[in-house]
Design a protein around this ligand. Structure first.
Ligand code: GAR
Length: 194
């Protein structure tokens, strides 16, 4: 199955997913395209350095079926992974790729989710709340932020000494360990093509 990663920023998850599937040909999954909505984002150079094609799309491109669908079809994309992608995915994409779009969120949804809750903002809110645990959530994607059926969660304790930075580092490590494997296990159950 060929998959596209949608990402907006740093791209550490995108790079990890690309490397994971390259090293495991038996999984039958290839990252064939990275779609980025922010020109200059680090994910673009990470993907390019690994030889993965990158398409930079504007917000208008993303909302245009005549632009996005031919792009995805041109690369034979059968599933989409959101890895730090900060725009809403329009309903014509969620409908066409029903059950084939996964997102990772750096908290235990439904806590600390929704609009504006991304990256460091999530960890700041977790620490400010005094929560004793946090974690990661992999979930199916709908046209609303951070909703959709949960596929996987795992947690870590948060201590009073933690800062948003220490929590973020441990969350990134959880993402690195679990996200590619959860992608593989979820997509394995689906036919390769739409
Ligand atoms: C990741 O921690 C991901 O869970 C989070 O953004 C970070 C992206 O890091 N996503 C969200 O907050 C989505 N609401 P990366 O660009 O280094 O992969």
């Amino acid at each position: 199955m060929k998959i596209a990663i949608f990402a907006s920023g740093n791209g550490s998850n995108a790079e990890n997913i690309i490397r994971y599937f390259r090293a495991r040909a038996a999984e039958g999954i290839e990252v064939a395209l990275v779609v980025c909505n922010r020109p200059g984002a680090m994910v673009i150079s990470r993907a390019s350095a690994l030889g993965v094609p990158v398409a930079t799309v504007s917000a208008a491109d993303l909302r245009s079926p005549d632009t996005i669908l031919p792009l995805l079809d041109g690369y034979g994309i059968g599933a989409i992974i959101l890895a730090g992608f900060l725009q809403i995915v329009p309903s014509f994409i969620t409908a066409r790729y029903a059950g084939r779009i996964l997102n990772i969120h750096p908290s235990l949804l439904p806590r600390f989710g929704g609009k504006g809750m991304y990256g460091r903002h999530v960890h700041e809110a977790v620490v400010a709340s005094g929560a004793s645990e946090t974690g990661i959530t992999v979930h199916h994607v709908t046209e609303r932020y951070d909703e959709g059926a949960i596929v996987f969660q795992t947690s870590i304790p948060v201590s009073p000494e933690d800062t948003p930075g220490t929590v973020e580092a441990r969350i990134h490590e959880l993402e690195r360990i679990h996200f590619p494997r959860v992608i593989a296990e979820t997509l394995r159950r689906l036919p390769d093509n739409l």
